[in-house]
Design a protein around this ligand. Sequence first.
Ligand SMILES: Nc1nc2c(c(=O)[nH]1)N[C@H]1C(S)=C(S)[C@@H](COP(=O)(O)O)O[C@H]1N2
Ligand SMILES: [Mo]
Length: 305
Amino acid sequence: MDRITPKALFLRRRELLKLGAGVTLLTSAAARARAAIPHGPQLPGVKPNPKYSTDEKKTPFDDIASYNNFYELGTDKSDPSANADKLQTRPWQVVVDGEVKKPRTWKIEEILHSFPLEERVYRLRCVEAWSMVIPWNGFPLADFLARHEPTSRARYVAFTSAVQPQMPGVRGFAGIPFPYLEGLRIDEATHPLALLAVGIYGEQLPNQDGAPIRLVVPWKYGFKSGKSLVRIHLQETQPPTTWSQYAGGSEYGFYANVNPEVDHPRWSQARERRIGEFLKRKTLMFNGYEEVAPLYAGMDLRKFF
Ligand SMILES: Nc1nc2c(c(=O)[nH]1)N[C@H]1C(S)=C(S)[C@@H](COP(=O)(O)O)O[C@H]1N2
Ligand SMILES: [Mo]
């Protein structure tokens, strides 16, 4: 056996320290939480939709499930995953009502059995100027709405997220009121890109990503995509939405289309940081989903931001 001299020990300690420093550098907040991020059950029968694919590198599962905005579970990025068990996802019901010929209260299991699941890889651009590339599993919102036969008076769709008393964020003052409310115009809601997601990477949505069912509207800032939905209400008038009421409506508009030319009052929207990348990249108009442009023909996107 080697005799370990004080000198050798010293060198080995130095090596270990160097190694330690390197590991610390590589260990992002997400990576540190990595080991602790549990995976949900696999979703059966998910078919990739090649129309909504991309060559871009997908954001790893652990980043998608540990760097979140979900104020009901806390306002720090790591709060929603840390408090994920404070969202109770069963039993779960989704009420669809308002301007529809067939209102219905769905059990989440009924929804999961009634709509074929696709995989769609979408960019997600948060208004805070970070982005991810996420392989969602879900089905078009248009298909879901059609089941309820919207009336001719259905011009808007209002989305309500769950409020549960044990959620840590809904008790104190998180800066916004709850329930979290979002809304779309009916032509936005029925655009083929608008998705109801129930999973990522072929697995049931992690709670922190909006289980058991959430909206995904990839050409709009992430805050338009309400999580953990309990009600979808079709109506004639534009619904109030959580962030568009913030700061007297001066900060976030109802439309919230990704637009590199319209800055947030407190920061630029021209560039974004893709999670996992160091250098910023240019933000694309409509987050790169230019096919939605006809929805806004004739509208001043600076006024209707
Ligand atoms: N109910 C609810 N939905 C929400 C939020 C929220 O705080 N509460 N945050 C929004 C914001 S700002 C973003 S960027 C996305 C983040 O989704 P992700 O955590 O799955 O990436 O969820 C959106 N949906
Ligand atoms: Mo966001």
